[in-house]
Design a protein around this ligand. Structure first.
Ligand SMILES: [Zn+2]
Length: 287
């Protein structure tokens, strides 16, 4: 079985830390490089429920998409929620490693996993990484459907294929509109609307869309576009969860190649912060 340091070298080759955004905090949060690794748990969020799951599993390494500490801290006291995570992990000899925007930009990356979960064929990155001559790395992905669907049917597909959350899926647009091309971005995709418009796609699947950017994107009609951009907004956690399956498969392959015998696990604990959804009564009442 490999030492943590060997596994981390392999992870850094998959998701080079220097490709993360400048503001990001990726890499190893805690862990002894000399400790052996057998069990690895993948999850989106390094929250206490996930740390407890890693303990129950007897994991040696927890790999999450979101950072534990995005900004600096002066305390890891167990009286703080994040400090409690650190204490839980260290007490049980569990390392924590983060692959965030470096995993977003990778090939394959977080949005490739989202496209795969939705049965979409990726044609290009939405915002290509200029340092990639192959043109495969970057933020978001532009995709095609194998066969056109109405927006209503496509929205149902997104709701069915992504893991279940309280939020479900919000849709903006004419339900009869035909969807042939889609841009996807796992996580908060508010910032990529210019690229989405430039791509001329029929729909945009992402998370955390706020009122004004969504409203402006819906109001705008490009002269060459086939119509208004349709929006499909899923829970942030749900759009990034497919990456955990993809990442675990990548590490399995490395483990097989090296004869490491790692056992990888994927957390199915829903860590989306929203826990319930109260639909407006039907028929819709006027205010
Ligand atoms: Zn995220």
């Amino acid at each position: 079985m490999p030492a943590l340091a060997e596994v981390l070298t392999a992870l850094d080759a998959l998701w080079p830390p220097e490709r993360a955004e400048e503001w990001d905090a990726v890499g190893t949060v805690c862990g002894d490089p000399d400790r052996p690794v057998t069990r690895v748990l993948f999850a989106v969020d390094p929250v206490l429920d996930i740390a407890d799951e890693a303990v129950r599993l007897d994991a040696d390494l927890l790999i999450t998409h979101h950072p534990l500490y995005l900004r600096g801290t002066t305390t890891v006291a167990a009286s703080t929620s994040k400090g409690r995570v650190v204490h839980t992990l260290i007490k049980h000899d569990i390392a924590l490693h983060v692959a965030h925007t470096n995993a977003d930009r990778a090939d394959p990356g977080v949005s490739d996993a989202l496209a795969g979960a939705l049965d979409l064929r990726v044609t290009a990155p939405l915002v290509p990484d200029p340092s990639d001559p192959a043109g495969r790395r970057g933020l978001g992905r532009i995709c095609e459907l194998d066969a056109p669907l109405s927006l209503a049917a496509f929205g149902e597909r997104v709701a069915e294929r992504l893991p279940r959350t309280a939020q479900g899926v919000r849709i903006a647009g004419d339900p009869e509109r035909t969807i042939r091309t889609v841009a996807v971005c796992g996580g908060s995709g508010d910032g990529l609307f210019d690229a989405v418009r430039a791509a001329g796609v029929d729909a945009y699947v992402t998370a955390d869309l706020r009122h004004h950017p969504a409203s402006e994107a819906r109001e705008r009609r490009e002269p060459t576009a086939s119509g208004q951009l349709a929006l499909v907004d899923a829970a942030h956690w749900a759009t990034e969860w497919p990456w955990t399956e993809q990442a675990a498969a990548q590490l399995d392959e490395i483990s097989d190649r090296n004869g490491w015998g790692l056992r990888t696990h994927i957390s199915r604990t829903v860590t989306d912060p929203w826990t319930a959804h109260a639909p407006s009564p039907a028929p819709a009442r006027t205010l």
